[in-house]
Design a protein around this ligand. Structure first.
Ligand SMILES: NC(=O)c1ccc[n+]([C@@H]2O[C@H](COP(=O)([O-])OP(=O)(O)OC[C@H]3O[C@@H](n4cnc5c(N)ncnc54)[C@H](OP(=O)(O)O)[C@@H]3O)[C@@H](O)[C@H]2O)c1
Length: 315
């Protein structure tokens, strides 16, 4: 992907709907598609309340597909949609990542345990995407939660991804036996060395989240947990959001099950969308970050189409 330097075009509002209103700057062409960056936020345009924590300033727009960002407690912005990469490996992973980047994805969810970070690193190198345009998450596996082991695994992650830092580093699962204080001390060192811009947790309950919050002076930015229409965890979401920790919904399509859900098919038909899109939008509309895994171009593209329409609420 090679983007030309920004050339701000005439400001333009798009509609209908609050989500779709912003100003655009044309920055270039990518394989024949016109690529835009937003230059004004919805808040600046006065169309969202002051306490809406989402900002749209860094979002990139490819054709009619826009990915808003959420500002984390660290001050860094995370695109609200990312590509899940569990079970994508080797050449297949490389191909899907390149295709996703080409379509306009900038946020990749990975982990040391997925054994695909070398393939992701190869794809990133080949595409030549600017590092600052990407948001890469990785996770420290539960076999490496001791202080030195976590530092060692971080070196491996950076080497494989061919990057000097990840945007977000998570504890993949709460440790059994290793106190979270020890792992978070390693995370503080990693953060201080500039190897992780933001840190967070994954698969933590309310109690485990509170213990982790108390264990570090750094903000915990996200808790990545299984969350979808068949696995709702409203107490956890409310608790985390109240403490400035956004939830990232992993397995947001229940591993594809929701695409076949009969009730969702009816709702989808009434919105002119697919069941998978309804399932993802349901999460997005509750300010969660979503990371569906997709390996076909049609799924990758469908999952981008979430941000210029609204669900009739509640479902
Ligand atoms: N932190 C953790 O412990 C943890 C645990 C699990 C997952 N995760 C993360 O969350 C990501 C997502 O979870 P997941 O991979 O388990 O499952 P998922 O995203 O809920 O579902 C993936 C399945 O949905 C299908 N799909 C994707 N888009 C679709 C669409 N628009 N219409 C119909 N079907 C669609 C995919 O098919 P195709 O592949 O054929 O396109 C694939 O079979 C993972 O990849 C990983 O990054 C994290």
């Amino acid at each position: 992907m090679s983007l030309k330097p920004a050339r701000i075009q005439a400001g333009q509002e798009r509609g209908p709907g609050v989500d779709a209103q912003y100003l655009l700057a044309f920055v270039g062409s990518n394989n024949g598609r016109r690529v835009f960056d937003r230059v004004a936020t919805r808040r600046e345009l006065g169309v969202v309340p002051e306490d809406d924590t989402r900002t749209f300033s860094a979002a990139r727009r490819v054709d009619d597909m826009a990915i808003p960002t959420i500002t984390l407690a660290s001050g860094h912005a995370i695109p609200q949609l990312g590509l899940g990469t569990w079970q994508l490996q080797g050449q297949a992973c490389e191909t899907v990542v390149k295709e996703a980047l080409d379509l306009g994805y900038t946020h990749l969810d990975s982990a040391w345990m997925y054994q695909n970070q070398d393939a992701i690193g190869r794809a990133l190198k080949e595409v030549g995407a600017r590092r600052e345009d990407l948001f890469i998450t990785s996770k420290i596996w539960h076999s490496h939660l001791e202080y030195d082991a976590a530092l060692g695994q971080m070196e491996e992650i950076l080497r494989d991804l061919r990057t000097e830092y990840v945007d977000l580093l998570l504890i993949h699962h709460p440790g059994q036996g290793v106190p979270v204080e020890q792992t978070l001390a390693a995370f503080e060192k990693i953060h201080a060395a500039g190897q992780a811009l933001s840190i967070g947790i994954s698969n933590f309950s309310i109690e485990q989240t509170d213990r982790a919050r108390a264990a570090t002076g750094l903000p915990l930015c996200t808790n990545q947990v299984e969350y979808h229409l068949h696995h709702q965890r409203d107490d956890l979401r409310r608790h985390c959001h109240a403490h400035g920790i956004f939830l990232t919904a992993h397995r947001p399509l229940a591993k594809g099950e929701l695409a076949q859900d009969g009730e969702l098919q009816e709702i989808a038909a009434s919105h002119g969308k697919s069941p998978a899109q309804i399932a993802l939008k349901w999460l997005v509309q509750q300010d969660m970050i979503v990371i569906p895994k997709a390996s076909s171009a049609s799924h990758l593209r469908a999952n981008l189409d979430l941000f210029d329409w609204q669900l009739a609420w509640p479902l």
